[in-house]
Design a protein around this ligand. Structure first.
Ligand code: ARG
Length: 457
């Protein structure tokens, strides 16, 4: 197969080296970006009087044809070209003749590949933003639906305090909102144009890098040509942002799996998002949540991979950098599908109010409120805590809940107790009274929901 760099070397490339060296099998994913970038480059070359009008017109027509032929499937990638840049340029020259050969004036594959990758990851990041918004909406909608569900809040996976279940869901909405902000921030650094950095040192041609940057929707051209071709920080950044999204999805998946277990039964798995067992007829498995949790591994893997590829690389371009693409492409595709399916699964999930309430009722989850009651009667918190500890210990021994203790029994622990204790430990009241900003109470959660809706609007 023809090489763009043919002419330098006398001998044919070893077949294994050829296979090893090629990136077309995966960088073909950037065909649109490569062609769009070339169109902007040739328009600039023409505007600056570097190429003729007739060459410019032939190049533009040729590139348009290549784009539509790839999109319609007429033109395929099975010719054995080295990479997408070679593929487009060689096809163009085949189609429009000598004009195709002027396209690469004042450009190198080094700035071209950086350009293509930035453009591709820019649109991927936009898509991820959209999917994050959908997921946040799904959490907000479910939180609204379950705002008056009393559930146990946990620490150490031990029942800790009663909360509105919507509060738990809004915690996830907040995580994904931070992810959304991180994608937006990362986009600022993705969106800088390396085009015109050429091989590494810029060019002696009178090019206009601001013109191509603007035409391709970048905020500006990068200000150092060596940095332009050797910077892959934006890949590592997106790989990290994706990894943190997966961390959050995975934490949610883990809870979802627990909630769907027989032991919790907060969720009855929807048939569309679970599978049965081939041998145990009673089973419904939370495969979707498990797969999301499992796929977190490969997304972390891409982050490790790009960091390791970049570590110790001398400036500027090195072929090692060809290893930047497969990992981040996989990371992006994985995150996209995981975001989408998690949002859909959540949207059809029916949470079981009764079972949550039951779980909240038997774990001495309102013990803090017993202590707080004594504090309102004038006792120091530490002493109130000690008395409550004894009550709980003895209740467990007797197999009783705090609600089941008689007034006489309470009085035995402290004369400060009166009938008011029963209202104080009522679960619904306990939740209702959590009114501090950002708290787990019904009204607080409603405020959070309204605020979040406003933010993602
Ligand atoms: N296929 C290469 C890559 O993905 C493109 C850049 C090649 N540049 C070079 N001087 N060999 O990184």
């Amino acid at each position: 197969m023809d090489k763009l760099w043919a002419g330098k070397s006398a001998s044919e490339l070893d077949a294994l080296t050829d296979k090893f060296n090629r990136s077309l099998p995966f960088d073909k994913a950037m065909f649109k970006e490569d062609i769009t970038g070339s169109m902007a480059h040739s328009a600039m070359l023409y505007a600056k009087g570097i190429i003729s009008e007739s060459d410019y017109l032939k190049i533009t027509e040729g590139l348009k044809g290549i784009l539509s032929d790839i999109e319609s499937g007429v033109l395929t990638f099975d010719g054995g070209e080295e990479d997408i840049h070679s593929f487009v340029e060689l096809t163009l020259t085949k189609r429009v003749g000598e004009a195709g050969k002027v396209l690469h004036t004042a450009r190198s594959r080094n700035d071209q590949v950086a350009l293509d990758l930035r453009m591709k990851l820019r649109s991927d990041a936009e898509k991820i933003k959209e999917l994050l918004k959908k997921l946040i909406s799904a959490f907000v909608n479910k939180a609204e639906e379950t705002v008056d569900y009393v559930a146990p809040g946990y620490t150490h996976l031990q029942r800790a305090q009663p909360i509105s279940f919507g509060h738990q869901l809004m915690a996830y909405a907040n995580m994904f909102l931070r992810d959304l902000e991180r994608v937006e921030d990362c986009l600022k650094r993705i969106n800088v144009s390396p085009l015109g950095s050429c091989a590494l040192g810029g060019t002696t041609y009178d090019i206009d890098r601001f013109m191509t940057a603007e035409a391709l929707g970048f905020s500006r051209p990068c200000s150092n040509s060596i940095d332009g071709v050797s910077d892959r920080d934006f890949v590592a950044e997106l790989a990290f942002v994706n990894s943190l999204i997966m961390t959050h999805l995975s934490r949610f998946s883990e809870e979802y799996i627990l909630w769907s277990s027989f032991e919790f039964k907060y969720v009855d798995l929807d048939e569309r998002f679970s599978t049965g067992s081939s041998i145990m007829p009673q089973k419904k498995n939370p495969d979707v949540a498990e797969l999301v949790r499992g796929k977190t591994g490969r997304v972390y893997g891409s982050l490790m991979s790009i960091l390791t590829v970049l570590k110790g690389l001398p400036l500027a371009y090195n072929k090692d950098m060809q290893e930047d693409k497969e990992g981040i492409f996989d990371s992006v595709e994985t995150v996209k599908i995981c975001l989408e399916i998690s949002a859909e699964m959540l949207a059809v999930t029916v949470f079981n109010k009764e079972n949550m309430y039951k779980a909240a009722s038997r774990g001495f989850i309102n013990a803090t409120d017993v202590a707080d009651f004594l504090v309102t009667k004038g006792l120091e918190f530490r002493n109130a805590y000690k008395i409550t500890g004894r009550i709980v210990r003895e209740c467990i021994a007797m197999g009783k809940t705090l609600e089941e203790l008689s007034m006489d029994e309470y009085k035995n622990y402290s004369p400060l107790f009166d009938e008011g204790i029963y209202t104080a430990i009522d679960l619904t009241k306990c939740v209702k009274d959590r009114t501090s900003y950002g708290a787990a109470g019904f009204d607080s959660v409603k405020k959070q929901i309204a605020e979040m809706r406003e933010i993602i609007k």
